[in-house]
Design a protein around this ligand. Structure first.
Ligand code: SAH
Length: 235
């Protein structure tokens, strides 16, 4: 009898575990679909509606890649966080004592970023502003942080974006760009970016210091995607 009970418990537990893993896989698939496909760049209204909830890239802390850069003194001077979302990277720079500005097209994201700055007693400025119009900001900047913006831009917008960066980054200033890499399998999420594409985009007026294998943390299983972290200096 005891053996019988034991066996039937084991079957039940196994069944529940299978069901739970099926459910979590279904949820992960739905979340990935909500991120869009890599071939279709997301529009402003896509992003606005993402911030009605908590988008999977909004992990509530800086990406480890940027925290690592801050730890070695890589975020310096006037810092611009482009496509800042809810502001973690501008806040990271502000907490290290630097003058930080975050810009994003999504007003809901900027509202949250301002609230975080207030809650944390940090002095960072957040503006609803287009990354394709950086020259109308009060630059120049010494450091630009791009966590997940470059990989949502169309080919044409990438060119325009890099031109804008060239106009607002001081000579010797640096940009750090974290993108989903072509090493990430699957077709969920943003466009994959190759090392070659990064190097080509920053071929003129920049020195590409490194394109390093990195991770882009997300709230989805398994918690991160394969990424490139590009470090480029304005010549
Ligand atoms: N850097 C944030 C958000 C990454 S998601 C983070 O790491 O959490 C990409 C962000 O870029 C979104 O917040 C989106 O609203 C913003 N974005 C997309 N196109 C933009 C543009 N042209 N100008 C400014 N922000 C833009």
């Amino acid at each position: 009898m005891a053996v019988g009970n034991h066996r039937s418990d084991a079957v039940d537990e196994g069944g529940e575990a299978l069901e739970a893993s099926g459910e979590s896989e279904r949820r992960a698939t739905a979340e990935r679909e909500a991120l869009g496909t890599p071939v279709r760049p997301r529009s402003k209204s896509d992003f606005d509606s993402s911030y009605a909830g908590q988008p999977p890239w909004d992990i509530g802390r800086p990406q480890a890649a940027f925290a690592g850069l801050a730890a070695v003194g890589g975020l310096i001077g006037r810092v611009l966080d482009v496509g800042c979302g809810t502001g973690e990277h501008a806040l990271l720079a502000a907490s290290a004592g630097y003058e930080a500005t975050g810009i994003d097209l999504a007003s809901a994201a900027i509202e949250r970023a301002n609230q975080k700055a207030y809650d944390r007693g940090l002095n960072a400025r957040f503006l609803v502003h287009d990354a394709l119009d950086l020259v109308s900001l009060d630059g120049p900047f010494d450091t630009v942080l791009d966590s997940g913006l470059f990989h949502v831009l169309s080919d044409d917008d990438r060119v325009r974006y890099v031109e804008q960066l060239r106009s607002v980054v001081v000579s010797g200033g640096r940009c750090y760009i974290l993108v989903f890499s072509d090493r990430q399998s699957g077709d969920w999420g943003p466009r994959r970016v190759t090392e070659r594409e990064l190097r080509d985009c920053f071929a003129d007026g920049w020195r590409v210091e490194s394109v390093a294998s990195s991770a882009y943390e997300v709230t989805l299983h398994p918690g991160h995607a394969e990424a490139w972290l590009a470090t480029v200096f304005r010549t």
